[in-house]
Design a protein around this ligand. Structure first.
Ligand SMILES: [Zn+2]
Ligand SMILES: [Zn+2]
Length: 116
């Protein structure tokens, strides 16, 4: 597991209304790119993921992002168009999910991003 640290703190989050991608600037200068499909598919809440096992991609669900709220100093809470808002995305988890061109060549990331 990635430890959340100061370097992983988002300093700016861009989620244009009607868009399909969230961009997060991290404190260390890294620019994270997150298609809504990936964020929703990897929603870490117990409803989506069950209570055991590693986090996996769960397809489906509403992909319209209604709101992003910071929770404490460690996570973001995303609200989806169908009202689903129970997933807490820790900063470390978000960094692991990053789909930017710098992170994608990583085989781990490649495995996480199913290519249609
Ligand atoms: Zn969920
Ligand atoms: Zn990245």
């Amino acid at each position: 597991m990635t430890q959340a640290s100061a370097k992983l703190t988002p300093i700016e989050i861009r989620a244009p209304r009607g868009g399909s991608t969230v961009e997060i600037d991290f404190e260390d200068g890294h620019k994270g790119v997150y298609p809504h499909e990936i964020l929703r598919g990897y929603c870490p809440c117990a409803t989506c993921q069950g209570h055991s096992g590693p986090i996996k991609f769960v397809p489906g669900g509403n992909l319209e992002l209604m709101d992003i709220a910071e929770v404490g100093d460690y996570a973001l809470c995303l609200t989806w168009g169908d009202g689903h808002a129970t997933g807490l995305y820790s900063f470390g988890f978000l960094r692991d999910l990053c789909g930017c061109s710098e992170c994608l060549p990583d085989p781990e990331a490649e495995r996480r991003f199913p290519r249609g």
